[in-house]
Design a protein around this ligand. Structure first.
Ligand SMILES: [Fe+2]
Length: 293
């Protein structure tokens, strides 16, 4: 991994060394104080190029265009809130997503599954253990925001998010966050309503450069990607980890986020099986010679 990741500045594979311990305590402190931390330019430039090359064709041909209207909760019915409440303001989100099944055996998947990274995240977050997500679609995503596209204000369902920036737009496409806008005990509907009505006093814009790993607690911190301006897209890889080894999305969730519920690979195996069966029938019912397709 040394050829891809800056393990001199971020020795994730040597956390017991003095430098490793300093890194760990710095990230823990920032996560506690700000709800987030960055490993700036964690991914080397040559590795960014390789990741972008590996996904280029797939982005053109296989990405799912996710376009929807939603509120900050991704949920139309929130107990105790009238539909006219400002906290339920509806917004637009558009992006393009490559799912985990289409990233199999890529460099991004190798980084996502690299054990020292997973152990480091668990230690920073104070979790006994983390696992790569079992869901073949949701585990690892690449998300692209082109000109005029944005991910609007939302709260995550997961406790934390791990995002690797691969390409940053020249203008717009900024990551903004209102840390701890709500808590598990207090939904702070009034504060949420104020944010969505344009009061951005609590909002921080996080300046990120490509190659940076950004980890944040998105469950109670509202966040968004502002609209991208210009031709240069914002491209991120989103790594999803869980505290259990068997967590998967429901079929409904997969359909909503990815436009499908089954991995492409299994569809292709099914299709190849169908072709084989048709060929066998053709051979048996005719001359015994294989059919040329
Ligand atoms: Fe998010």
């Amino acid at each position: 991994m040394e050829q891809y990741l800056d393990l001199v500045r971020f020795p994730l594979n040597e956390l017991e060394s003095p430098f490793g311990k300093r890194l760990l305590s710095r990230c823990q402190r920032e996560l506690n104080e700000d709800g987030r931390f960055n490993l700036d330019q964690f991914l080397k430039c040559s590795a960014i190029e390789r990741c972008l090359q590996e996904i280029e064709a797939k982005l053109r041909h296989s990405a799912f265009r996710h376009s929807r209207q939603h509120n900050i909760y991704f949920d139309d019915n929130v107990d105790g809130l009238d539909s006219s409440h400002p906290a339920l303001k509806r917004m637009n989100t558009v992006n393009h997503t490559l799912c985990g099944d289409l990233l199999a055996r890529s460099l991004l998947e190798r980084i996502y599954e690299w054990p020292p990274l997973i152990e480091f995240l668990a230690k920073v977050l104070g979790m006994s253990r983390l696992f790569p997500m079992a869901d073949p679609l949701a585990r690892l995503n690449v998300m692209v925001y082109g000109e005029g596209e944005a991910l609007n204000w939302h709260f995550d369902r997961a406790e934390f998010a791990t995002v690797l920036l691969l390409s940053a737009p020249r203008q717009g496409g900024l990551f903004q966050i209102s840390s701890n806008l709500r808590s598990d005990a207090d939904p702070n509907y009034e504060g949420v309503g104020e944010l969505l009505s344009g009061n951005h006093e609590s909002v921080q814009t996080v300046d990120l450069v490509p190659g940076t790993l950004n980890v944040f607690r998105g469950k109670n911190s509202a966040h968004r990607i502002t609209q991208v301006e210009g031709e240069q897209p914002r491209i991120i890889a989103v790594f999803s980890y869980c505290e259990t080894s068997d967590f998967v999305f429901s079929k409904e969730d997969r359909n909503q986020f990815y436009g499908r519920s089954e991995p492409i690979a299994s569809k292709s195996i099914w299709f190849k099986g169908l072709i084989f069966w048709v060929q066998r029938v053709a051979i048996d019912s005719n001359t015994g010679r294989s059919v040329v397709w």
